[in-house]
Design a binder for this molecule. Structure first.
Ligand code: GLA
Length: 412
């Protein structure tokens, strides 16, 4: 349909969500690769769930089993969410042979991996290059090969490797006054684990978590990194999410199949984000070809949150096979316009209102020419499901912090 009057987004109900997010290893033959294993690791941005944003330090094996169960029961697995990732606090102590044991919250990692695999899902784990993880548990310094082999023997499919104490243990201790040397040490540490994972002989997604220091997008792919954090930790509030979105401008050219910018995990359904904010968060992560790692309370997921996380049209933007991340095209006042090319000559356009409401008196006006488009463009509003036609200078009303996300089938 031709839009001749202001396009009004679906009304936004404010919703508050509870924020609970405060925060005998056994080895055996490597589990056969899950059936869905791609020949290429992370050919599209990894999708799954990670324990940190909701459970933080409290996570237990039972929570991971429940997450796997819920991934299937809620339809999230069918929507593409495959990885169940254990974050920090699973680690116990090393024995005299250097073997790292799990702590009492995770009595049997191999059995847990088998369980997760039996659901057609994959299991992720967490460590770091220092002596300690961010939560103060044992990390992998000087045990990289041993740990990588153990992960492979358990059947681990994904490793998040978090810098943390390496900063003080190694970088600060060995080169206190030489920042460039510190960065070389950091890169070498990530290279070491990259090689150890390769040598372990199991396809394991390698996720670098060093908060975007020293432009990891320039060096991480060469050492086998499948994704690298581009920023500090995300929080379940709009300020944090919008700040992270802005830090992604200019990074599009570094993303592609097998190697992705990671603006951190999803907070959809956490904290006091409004529905508009949850939609915008998810829209922009899809535009950014970001890993989609949900971090919410899956057994108690509200229907409106499930609807956001399982919107197949939005997920298809994220998972587009070309893997072209969105670029920031222009801003007009408090409204930001991003676009990304999609396979088959399609294009996704996101119009995000970072300010207060834009109502009929002063709607935002879209510039097609700034998007490189000429004439009316037929598309689909991916949140309302309605067909839309974008025209030059068309007025668009946007609720505060809401996003109009349109897929143009054949961009001209
Ligand atoms: C760091 C990471 C978080 C999380 C915690 C765990 O802060 O950035 O994503 O993994 O450590 O301790």
């Amino acid at each position: 349909m031709q839009v001749s009057k202001p396009l009004v987004l679906a009304s936004v109900a404010l919703a508050s969500f509870s924020c609970l997010a405060q925060a005998s290893e056994k080895t055996g033959a490597a589990q056969a690769e899950p059936a869905a294993a791609a020949s290429r690791v992370a050919a599209t941005p990894p999708m799954g769930w990670n324990s940190w944003n909701f459970f933080a330090r409290k996570v237990t094996e039972q929570d991971i089993r429940n997450a796997a169960d819920q991934m299937v029961a809620t339809g999230m697995k069918d929507a593409g969410y495959i990885y169940i990732n254990i974050d920090d606090t699973w680690e116990g102590e090393r024995d005299s042979s250097g073997v790292l044991h799990t702590n009492s919250k995770f009595p049997d990692m191999k059995a847990l991996a088998d369980y997760v695999h039996s659901k057609g899902l994959r299991l992720g784990i967490y460590s770091g290059p220092g002596t300690k993880t961010c939560a103060g548990y044992a990390a992998s310094l000087d045990h990289e090969a041993q740990d990588a082999q153990m992960y492979a023997s358990w059947g681990i499919d994904y490793l998040k490797y978090d810098l943390c104490s390496f900063r003080t243990d190694v970088m600060g201790a060995k080169a206190p006054n030489d920042e460039a040397e510190q960065m070389r040490m950091m890169v070498a540490a990530y290279d070491k684990m990259g090689k150890a994972l390769k040598a372990a002989g199991r396809p394991i997604v390698y996720s670098l978590c060093q908060y975007g220091w020293d432009a990891p997008w320039e060096w991480a792919p060469a050492l086998g990194g499948n994704l690298w954090r581009t920023t500090g930790d995300v929080q379940a509030n709009w300020g944090s999410i919008y700040n992270i979105i802005n830090q992604q401008a200019g990074l599009a050219k570094y993303a592609g199949p097998g190697h992705w910018n990671d603006p951190d995990m999803l907070e959809v359904g956490n904290g006091r984000l409004t529905l508009a904010e949850n939609r915008s968060h998810f829209s922009m992560w899809a535009m950014l070809a970001a890993p989609l790692l949900a971090g919410n309370d899956l057994p108690n997921m509200k229907p409106e949150i499930k609807a956001i996380l399982t919107n197949s049209d939005v997920i298809a933007i994220d998972q587009d096979e070309l893997g072209h991340q969105a670029s920031h095209i222009y801003s007009d006042g408090e409204v930001d316009v991003w676009s990304r090319p999609l396979s088959g000559g399609a294009m996704a356009v996101a119009v995000l209102n970072a300010g207060s409401d834009r109502v009929a008196t002063h709607p935002f006006h879209l510039s097609l020419s700034k998007l490189g488009l000429h004439g009316a463009q037929k598309g689909k509003d991916l949140w309302s499901g309605q067909e839309v036609t974008l025209t030059d200078d068309m007025p668009i009303e946007l609720k505060s912090h809401d996003t109009l996300l349109v897929r143009i089938a054949s961009a001209k």
